[in-house]
Structure formats: structure tokens, C-alpha cells
Design a protein around this ligand. Structure first.
Ligand code: ZN
Length: 155
């Protein structure tokens, strides 16, 4: 399997190309900013390899890495967490559940209103920024696995 830093280098290394493609396709500046922010955040902190007990991505969460232990325990490595469509969704929903739990705890202590403002106009570029590094990760995983299988069968 490629190491975490290989994935990160591949994902962040292709980001200028994706942004350039966005410029060529006349994607608005605000959308590109949302896309880039989500892409970098997803590359650094929302890797599919959070399904491992220890990974570069979980280490980047530093003191909060314990938050991903239930995720790693629940999701088998390279299972649904690496599914092209469902993988990012599992992590988005997992974070939503954590966020709701945090809000509920805060709400018991102080009267914190539930966040009402969802910038829907940024949803598409944010989703693209969350999904694209995931798809690159899965493609790299599969390519390396395929290459290893090919080499083993030849040898
Ligand atoms: Zn992986």
C-alpha cells in the first residue's frame, strides 16, 4: 500500500492542476476558494485511512485523534471507507454526529443555539473538494494493489 505521505504528496501535488482546470472552466473565485479549502482539509484530515488504528491522517488530529478510534474500530480497512461514493459520506456523517454530540453537551452547559446558517452555494465546491482527494487516494491504492498482483503473478 502507498504510505500516507505518498497519498498526501499525490493529492496536494495535483491540486494546482485542479485549480487551473477550474480557472479554465470559469469556475468562480469564491467556489475555487471553498474547493481548495475543502480539498486541503480532506487531504490532511479526512483520509480514507482513518479506518486504520494508526495512520498519518489520525496523527494529524494530534490530541483529538481519539475521536477517530470508533471510526477505525467500526470500519474495516479498505472497506466502505474506501468506497468511491460512500467513503467520504461515512466521514462527513461521522463528523456530523460528533458535532451534534458536542453541540448537545455545550447546550446543556450554556444555551448555545443550533447553527442555522448553511452556505448552500458553497456545498458543491466543498463536496468536490472532499471527494476528489478521496478518489485520488482510492485510485492510487487500487493501482498499487493491481501492480503488486501483476508482479506477483509474473514472478
Ligand atoms: Zn487507503
Amino acid at each position: 500500500m502507498p504510505q500516507g505521505r505518498t497519498h498526501l504528496a499525490f493529492e496536494l501535488g495535483t491540486l494546482p492542476g485542479w485549480v487551473a482546470l477550474g480557472v479554465v472552466l470559469h469556475v468562480g473565485r469564491t467556489s475555487l476558494v471553498f474547493f481548495t479549502g475543502a480539498y486541503v482539509m480532506a487531504s490532511l484530515f479526512l483520509s480514507p485511512d482513518l479506518d486504520l488504528a494508526k495512520s498519518d491522517a489520525s496523527r494529524r488530529w494530534r490530541g483529538a485523534r481519539f475521536l477517530w478510534r470508533p471510526y477505525a474500530a467500526f470500519f474495516r480497512h479498505r472497506g466502505i471507507s474506501h468506497s468511491p461514493l460512500l467513503g467520504p459520506l461515512t466521514r462527513i456523517l461521522y463528523l456530523a454526529v460528533l458535532g451534534a454530540a458536542l453541540w448537545a453537551i455545550l447546550h446543556m452547559v450554556v444555551d448555545v443555539p443550533f447553527p442555522q446558517v448553511v452556505p448552500w452555494e458553497s456545498a458543491l465546491p466543498v463536496l468536490a473538494g472532499l471527494y476528489l482527494p478521496h478518489l485520488l487516494h482510492v485510485a492510487l491504492d487500487r493501482t498499487v494493489s493491481l501492480g503488486k498482483r501483476f508482479i506477483l503473478h509474473r514472478g
